[in-house]
Design a protein around this ligand. Structure first.
Ligand SMILES: Cc1cc2nc3c(=O)[nH]c(=O)nc-3n(C[C@H](O)[C@H](O)[C@H](O)COP(=O)(O)O)c2cc1C
Length: 218
């Protein structure tokens, strides 16, 4: 191949990869603030379910703090988290649905990795407030991490530990919300079969629960 053709080909390839990088609208989160907030006993006293939200968005700082509280890394040297998980398998993934699209929380890099740019908030639940609140978290067990391959049958009993692991994350979110004067509701009412393809999940990824977060309507 002539060198001028090679250079042109290389330029086209390079510009394609630049477009790819730019078009991936990941959200880099500010570092979470790991100090302050309400004392634990006060946050426990104020923990409650909220189902009415103003449409107001969370700031990026609130989103970062919320996700770190939920399932962030609090011991980087061991890559361990703010919530426990059986045998430290860490199979729960926290997906974040925002008006701007669907994201996966990447705790190590403190960013939201964009999966797609469609607003699927309303598809994460069956209740009216779900599509109007700014943030809906979807907790997904990546059963690939427990040895299940795509196409393998996943029985209810295979998910017991994952549901328990997920409960700790959801409670962290409740406590963060109480501390930050935000509102939330953990939800079992999730149309899982409709939602999974909208999220592009593999057959060995299982939706467990969702949690709506927003500014509470007084
Ligand atoms: C596993 C689980 C599933 C839940 N599912 C829903 C739900 O789908 N929709 C909803 O509005 N609330 C749901 N809730 C919230 C409960 O209704 C709520 O926690 C309960 O009424 C007690 O209120 P409190 O959280 O303010 O103490 C769920 C709670 C749990 C623990």
């Amino acid at each position: 191949m002539k060198s001028s053709v090679k250079i042109r080909l290389l330029t086209v390839l390079l510009s394609c990869s630049i477009v790819t990088v730019i078009s991936a609208q990941d959200i880099l989160l500010p570092p979470p603030v790991k100090q302050g907030g309400k004392p634990l006993m006060q946050a426990l006293n104020e923990r409650q379910t909220t189902r009415t939200f103003t449409g107001e968005n969370l700031s990026l700082q609130q989103l970062s703090d919320l996700l770190w509280a939920a399932w962030g890394i609090n011991r980087p040297e061991e890559k361990k988290r703010t919530a426990p998980s059986a045998r430290n398998i860490q199979e729960i993934d926290v997906y974040v649905t925002l008006q701007s699209g669907l994201y996966l929380y990447d705790a190590e890099n403190n960013r939201l990795k964009q999966i797609h740019n469609r607003d699927i908030r309303s598809l994460t639940g069956t209740q009216d407030f779900v599509g109007k609140a700014p943030v809906n978290l979807v907790y997904v067990a990546d059963m690939g991490k427990t040895g299940k391959k795509e196409g393998d049958k996943i029985a209810d009993a295979d998910l017991w530990w994952s549901y328990a692991n997920c409960g700790f994350i959801a409670q962290n979110v409740y406590l963060y919300c109480a501390s930050a004067n935000l509102g939330c509701v953990v939800r079992g009412l999730v149309p899982k079969e409709k939602l999974a393809p909208e999220m592009g999940l593999r057959s060995n990824q299982v939706i467990l629960l969702a949690q709506t977060v927003g500014v509470p309507q007084k």
